[in-house]
Design a protein around this ligand. Structure first.
Ligand SMILES: Cc1cc2nc3c(=O)[nH]c(=O)nc-3n(C[C@H](O)[C@H](O)[C@H](O)COP(=O)(O)OP(=O)(O)OC[C@H]3O[C@@H](n4cnc5c(N)ncnc54)[C@H](O)[C@@H]3O)c2cc1C
Length: 431
């Protein structure tokens, strides 16, 4: 490998960057993977679950060697309001068998493993280096500058996460607005493995994923999450950053309230907080996708805004991995044609469209609009929890059939019929 020129310089050793590096290095290309953290994963966090399909296509049976925690077999959605909560649960034991549906995992270990796969395949990994700028020659990106150092390549892949300095400095992305991103805050709470199994009704290695909506965010746009790991629980909140700013609410206070909620407190009782972290999440879908390629540059993963939040499903890891794969495919095609110009790299968009990345973002393009509806975080959780409570209450009062209770409850709720019909229609159509 030549010391001063690479086929690809990949900035960011998260799942997008390490996947691209792994696939290119495996084909014998000269790859430099640069990470600003002291190790891959050192600066990364997420809620806690990766859908397995994208990585399984690239590294079949990856769970045999990757540091995954538990295959998720139990999904729970919980509406919260005041002291009331109502949950919907789905269990599928089939998800506990290969090819697994999704895994909980911890990023420090997982990202280090994926970057090591790239290194084993022949990529050069350089940590503790923060890339400052793209380098240009005749209007084309030809490398990067990090401090005093300059490094050169046929193509640079910006896989540097949600606040992609590289894509912004290259003029491919604009700075996002507060409403386009959410702030995520999370604690890892350690508990014995058997206690986790007991508290969540889990057998063997199976895991649970639970999402919360309602007053866990004091009714602002966002929600709570809980994922079971082998010997810990990942617990946190995701809050739309603009709504958070308007409400002048401190995230740390919300987290403490959440932990004290009667729905959560018994689940984490006796646990030890081992880690606290926070990170931004791109949430505007195609509404914040930058230009994906230019002369000598590609943008992948969160840097391209590739995250899908449907409220009941959160996906970013599989998008990052698949976009890293598409970026590697585009570099291979450009190398074969000897054309790393914008025209030569345009195949990247085609590859993203052929994979699920742009297809799914397009299919759910109105999800961000739907999930911004304030009724989802206040009026509906209140309605669902109080109605459920009323259905289960026996107090000697005059009997009323279920339909009568629902109608009476609806009349008193202050919700309009057109609101419910409109929101319901959008929900089934857009999600
Ligand atoms: C609170 C929260 C909950 C989430 N929950 C889920 C979930 O449950 N499931 C799911 O699938 N997704 C989830 N996501 C989204 C998921 O984490 C991201 O989509 C995914 O990490 C994107 O991967 P990436 O490689 O594009 O970026 P990142 O993982 O952000 O990696 C970018 C890398 O680039 C490095 N870097 C940045 N700038 C520079 C620079 N200038 N020089 C060198 N290196 C640099 C960073 O240190 C980092 O290692 C969640 C995100 C958050 C914040």
């Amino acid at each position: 490998m030549s010391d001063d020129r690479f086929t690809a310089i990949i900035v960011g050793a998260g799942p997008a960057g390490s996947t691209a590096a792994y696939l290119l290095a495996k084909e014998g290309y000269e790859v430099l993977l640069i990470e600003k953290g002291s190790a891959p994963g050192a600066k990364n966090m997420f809620g806690g679950r990766m859908y397995a399909h994208a990585l399984n296509r690239i590294i079949p049976g990856f769970w045999e060697e990757a540091p995954v925690e538990r295959p998720v077999v139990r999904e729970i959605i919980t509406f919260m309001d005041g002291g009331r909560s109502t949950s919907v649960t789905c269990r599928d034991q089939g998800w506990a068998e290969p090819p697994y549906h999704s895994f909980t995992l911890l990023r420090a270990e997982f990202d280090a493993w994926l970057a090591a796969k790239a290194e084993d395949a022949g990529a050069m990994l350089a940590c503790n280096i923060c890339v400052d700028d793209p380098l240009y020659e005749n209007g084309k990106v030809v490398g990067i500058r990090a401090g005093e150092d300059e490094m050169f390549a046929d193509v640079v892949i910006a896989a540097d996460g949600v606040n992609s300095i590289l894509a912004q400095k290259a003029g491919l992305a604009a700075m996002f607005s507060a409403g386009q991103v959410a702030t995520g805050a999370k604690q890892i709470i350690e508990l014995p493995a058997e206690e986790i199994g007991h508290r969540f009704g889990l057998e063997g290695e199976g895991g649970a994923a639970q999402l919360f909506v309602g007053d866990c965010t004091r009714r602002i746009h966002g929600g709570g999450f809980l994922y079971t790991n082998k010997r810990s629980i990942s617990l946190g909140l995701v809050l739309n950053t603009a709504s958070l700013g308007k409400g002048q609410i401190r995230v740390v206070d919300l987290i403490e309230d959440f932990k004290a909620n009667p729905e959560i407190a018994p689940l984490i009782d006796g646990g030890t907080v081992a880690e606290y972290s926070a990170h931004l999440i791109p949430e505007a879908g195609l509404g914040m996708t930058p230009q994906l390629f230019s002369d000598g540059m590609l943008v992948a993963g969160d840097a391209a805004g590739f995250v899908l939040n449907l409220g009941y499903i959160v996906r970013g890891m599989d998008f990052a991995i698949a976009s890293g794969e598409a970026a590697a495919g585009a570099v291979k095609a450009a190398r074969q044609s000897g054309d790393f110009s914008k025209a030569g790299l345009a195949v990247y968009r085609k590859l993203l469209s052929e994979s699920f990345v742009l297809r799914d973002l397009e299919a759910y393009r109105r999800a961000p609009e739907f999930t911004a509806n304030p009724r989802l975080y206040g009026a509906y959780p209140e309605f669902v929890t109080s109605l459920a409570s009323r259905l289960f209450t026996v107090d000697g009062s005059q009997p009323v059939h279920v339909l009568g209770k629902v109608w009476d409850h609806f009349r008193k709720s202050g919700l309009g019929l057109t609101d419910i019909a409109g929101d319901g229609w959008k929900g089934v159509k857009w999600l």
